[in-house]
Design a protein around this ligand. Sequence first.
Ligand SMILES: *[C@@H]1O[C@H](CO)[C@@H](O)[C@H](O)[C@H]1NC(C)=O
Ligand SMILES: *[C@@H]1O[C@H](CO)[C@@H](O)[C@H](O)[C@H]1NC(C)=O
Ligand SMILES: *[C@@H]1O[C@H](CO)[C@@H](O)[C@H](O)[C@H]1NC(C)=O
Ligand SMILES: *[C@@H]1O[C@H](CO)[C@@H](O)[C@H](O)[C@H]1NC(C)=O
Ligand SMILES: *[C@@H]1O[C@H](CO)[C@@H](O)[C@H](O)[C@H]1NC(C)=O
Length: 393
Amino acid sequence: MKSRYLSLLLLHLASAAPAPPLSSYATRVISTSGVLTATVGLAGPDPSAPPSTQNTTDIPIVLAPGQDSNSNGDISFDFLNITNPQPIRGDLGASDPGPHNSAYDQQNPNTLARPSTDSGDVQQAKWPMGLSNNRLTNAEWARQQNIAVLPAAKEMAGVDMRLELNAYRELHWHSANEWAYIFNGSARISAIDSFGHNFVDDVKEGDLWYFPSNFGVPMAAFDKIPESQLYIFGGTPAPADIEKQNVTSPYGQIPAQTSFSFHFSEEEPLEVPGGSVKIIAAALHPNSDEWNFSLSGRARITVFDAPDAARTFDYAAGDVGYIAIDQGHYIENVGDENVVVLEILKAPQFQGISLGQWMALTPPQVIQDTLGLDDATLEGLTKEKQFVVAAQP
Ligand SMILES: *[C@@H]1O[C@H](CO)[C@@H](O)[C@H](O)[C@H]1NC(C)=O
Ligand SMILES: *[C@@H]1O[C@H](CO)[C@@H](O)[C@H](O)[C@H]1NC(C)=O
Ligand SMILES: *[C@@H]1O[C@H](CO)[C@@H](O)[C@H](O)[C@H]1NC(C)=O
Ligand SMILES: *[C@@H]1O[C@H](CO)[C@@H](O)[C@H](O)[C@H]1NC(C)=O
Ligand SMILES: *[C@@H]1O[C@H](CO)[C@@H](O)[C@H](O)[C@H]1NC(C)=O
């Protein structure tokens, strides 16, 4: 480790207006000591000043297991029980004696001490909902992630919200399609489409709804509706019997194949070694950007941006991840509980290309000429899509 270490902040100063003279707001005499204004003589070199002997190597640091080793340059360090994690990976990096917020570093070990396989720069792909401004009303709270906070997220935005008992999300429409997943509790939803078909349904934890934008009519059709919105407000209890709210439309019900709800909670997941997967509508996702939300566990994810940038991010429950259509990625469970992630693609069909399957379905000679893999490695690849792969013992 380096023996002298400089810790600093670089600031680009815009032309700041000078502060008004103190006398213009001093109304009370307070006793002071010391000097307010820097002495002009301190500017620039002073050949007579003694060199500083401050030594920063002796700040006490505790490294995480594996952190001082030069082997395994791509492992994820566990900083959760390290009170002051350091940006060190083997001989790379150095301790940080300057000001920092260790809680961020504990949660983002792959940002503080990135794996040696990361390179170049990849646009920020993580937004913690915990940093979103939360609006509280007497019937709910709601906080959102949008392009203003996560500029990479050009195609999709998300809202995390709670509705109290009997609260309504106001009748509304928007220019974007709306997709929702229910974490806890249940709700009654109703909608109409541009043909006058209507729809009512009860959805519960694990179910989802999907409402296409504007019922397919132009925005101008709604010009006369009042501007100010109720957004979410308390209401009267809904009757338990849904039939009482099943209005008969002369045009009939929304056809099942375009239904706005999906009882996803009742779908059996596909169990695979290492985890399980559920897909509706039917990981490089060649037909869509991907928006995702972590529900539990701790995961790390490397996003690959062609031609040569890669960056690893850490995700915990409540974090939003956004990955553009052309970015390759994997997700690895680095915690001690199951990682549960909700992945949302803006496409009519789920498509994903698994790297192993891609290699297994390519003539072996091509793979060997490109990557130099041996026969045994190639034989270990599976031609079936695996979704989730169990850790090697
Ligand atoms: C800085 O401190 C370290 C550890 O206490 C010591 O080994 C080193 O000699 C010191 N270096 C200087 C320049 O004082
Ligand atoms: C943190 O946890 C790891 C694994 O549980 C353990 O090996 C290590 O000693 C702990 N570190 C500290 C500083 O407690
Ligand atoms: C609410 O839903 C989340 C996400 O599915 C789950 O992790 C959590 O345990 C649920 N909470 C309760 C109180 O059921
Ligand atoms: C509402 O009524 C229609 C028939 O008019 C029926 O097909 C549909 O299943 C009913 N919906 C619910 C949720 O009961
Ligand atoms: C979630 O999005 C992140 C950020 O782009 C991505 O790296 C990660 O692979 C995605 N998660 C899953 C399960 O695909």
